[in-house]
Design a protein around this ligand. Sequence first.
Ligand SMILES: Nc1ncnc2c1ncn2[C@@H]1O[C@H](COP(=O)(O)OP(=O)(O)OP(=O)(O)O)[C@@H](O)[C@H]1O
Length: 312
Amino acid sequence: MIDARQLTKKYGEKTAVDGLDFVVQPGTVTGFLGPNGAGKSTTMRMIVGLDAPTSGSVTVNGHRYARHQAPLQEVGALLEAKSIHPGRSAYNHLRALALTHGIPGRRVDEVIDLAGLGSVAKKRAGAFSLGMGQRLGIAAALLGDPQTVMLDEPVNGLDPEGVLWIRNLLKTLAVEGRTVFVSSHLMSEMALVADHLIIVGRGRLLADTTVADLIREAGGDTVNVATQDPARLRDVLAGPGVEVTGRIGSEELQVTGLTTREIGLKAAEHGIALFGLSARTVSLEEAFMDLTRDAVEYHGSTPGIETLGRPA
Ligand SMILES: Nc1ncnc2c1ncn2[C@@H]1O[C@H](COP(=O)(O)OP(=O)(O)OP(=O)(O)O)[C@@H](O)[C@H]1O
């Protein structure tokens, strides 16, 4: 479990992380999301003691990282690309890391296999592609078989096969009961792997929610339905957890709490003809942009093109 309390980091005048309170639970993948410059990397650096908080605190399993007796066995982290001696092989790099942390040598072979580095493990790391380097960083993070795994933008530089590998790996680590904390600025990627989301903007907490709730709050579970007799359909659909709205005089209704299939079947049961039935699709990317709109540090601009089809 990772527990941040009023976690704050200032660099001179700049407040990179601003009073963050959150808990990352074991057994699920938690996505750490926010636009560029939101403070994700700074937060992760503080979790593993690479940066000291200006105020507040963050602990892993109840202790500050520096207080752990065998930190590599407690938290495995992939932060910005590690500098590895270019002449050293992946195998020797991991072996040296294992030796200095009291990790048995056979674990090096295990993580090399796990990261799919078997065929290149004895080659110079200097000749590695970005994706291979990323896999090596993940192998190093898992070397101590840690209970908590924290990865900063792990899919960076990976090809589609690598991206799929990361998704499966993260899910497996969570199923094993580990705490898995993964940052990204890509909502679409997080939607595929994360169950829980911590969203930040300008160093502040914007949301601590599940993927399902985020979609619901953005109106993503609304169904539009059209019929000649909306009043009757409204009565037929009424029930616990169901909300039906619609403008007076309009044949269209907006329904939450029922799927298109359930609405279609109920209407058929009562002989009500429908001439429109569609789920409103709100992309997670759109929900994320809405949430972080005011928290984006670096706005790009493309003259003549509106952001996500909305008025600028
Ligand atoms: N060492 C530093 N000195 C001064 N400012 C810093 C330092 N490190 C980070 N910052 C600033 O703090 C803010 C948060 O940066 P951080 O790298 O944590 O964000 P991020 O969410 O990880 O962004 P990205 O998605 O671009 O990696 C930024 O405005 C950044 O410029």
